[in-house]
Design a binder for this molecule. Sequence first.
Ligand code: 5AD
Ligand code: SF4
Length: 446
Amino acid sequence: MNVYDSARMADVLAPLGFLPIDDAEGADMVILNTCHIREKAAEKVYSELGRLRSLQQEKARGGGRMILAVAGCVAQAEGEEIMRRAPYVDMVFGPQSYQNLPEMVARVARAGRVLDIDFPAEPKFDRLPEVAGGTADTGPWSTFLAIQEGCDKFCTFCVVPYTRGAEYSRPAADILKEARRLVEAGAREIMLLGQNVNCYHGEAPIDGEWGLGRLVRELADVSGLERIRYTTSYPADMDDDLITAHAEVPTLMPFLHLPVQSGSDRILNAMNRRHSAEDYRTLVGRLREARPDLALSSDFIVGFPGETDADFQETLDLIDAIGFVQAYSFKYSARPGTPAVDMPDQVPENLKNGRLAELQNLLNAQQIAFNKDCKDRILPVLFDRPGRREGQLVGRSPYMQPVHATAPASLLGTIQDVYIEAGHPNSLAGVLPLSCRRPSDKRACA
Ligand code: 5AD
Ligand code: SF4
């Protein structure tokens, strides 16, 4: 979501004459778009601000001016403190305020400083310009589209309901319009975004509301859109219609990020997760019935307050039973203002470290086994960026694996059948049919 927000900030700033550049040195404006989800992410902000301050001073010595801004969830949560601790920062604004950037820049130009962390009455999407499409690193072919934001679930460890604000679903007509525009700009794949994307319940174009299943079906009719994905989902919000969409919509990709956090019901309950480990198993069974090749990814937290060895073992058992092709795992990080901070039996750091290592060993083994299993298969790959090596392109398989292949640049933005020669821990290596490897033959394979 932060990558999406950064791209949208660039869209808002473009009419003012600002263009994104790769290096902060010499820039007229630097925006740090920040994450508050774990302590480590939040800590980075102050050290990074120190470095940027030197660049700002250097620019001032040359007679120039660098506007320095802190955006995102750290700004939302600690805005006043940033204003106090870093008086050289010109603008501090939260994830629901960046549509106001033109007014903020005007105020800073008149020698003011701005703190904008109020949640607006009117959704920011209504005031954002039409998207240019794409994010800086992938070009227009695979792109994000935010359809939902915020969260009302209040998991006891999580800052999102406080920093991103209340749950909001964009009207379906706006989303369809934006999707068509993105496809016209070159998108072959759209990743629908939301903190709780599968609780989407946007206003329907005619009457009532659409859920995510209906929205996916309508998007599948957008001509030229070849792949649809969505992230991140909340297990208890997977409804029947969405599950059937996985069986019925061929362009809905067979990969689902479905965070479970823990395999222990006692811990899930303390986390206020509203699902049990058994609910999760049953749900995955139903999803796999609908789409037998569905590949799953998840998020895990180890060392939540009160987690015992037995609870942790239940998480390992769940992982064994489900089988994940990819996962993100974290040590529990106490976040100020969330209920879990005050819970008894906080788990010592050394125990958390040991559990994380064990969990990651198991998850890595599952990921490697899945990647190795892909050897000798032919997978359709959407090439969306040049590879590190000359003459190489990188794309994504349906299961989100990065796939490297020798291919002419003319195949960027196309989907090709790739023969997988090797499965590595984090990627696949493949070859194109001989006829596609020469630039002159693009038409034969595009
Ligand atoms: N500590 C550790 N991990 C967290 N996450 C969210 N809050 C915390 C926290 N306080 C993880 C969850 C979530 C992912 C985005 O970040 O696993 O799914
Ligand atoms: Fe945070 Fe996700 Fe729980 Fe919402 S559902 S509170 S975003 S972990």
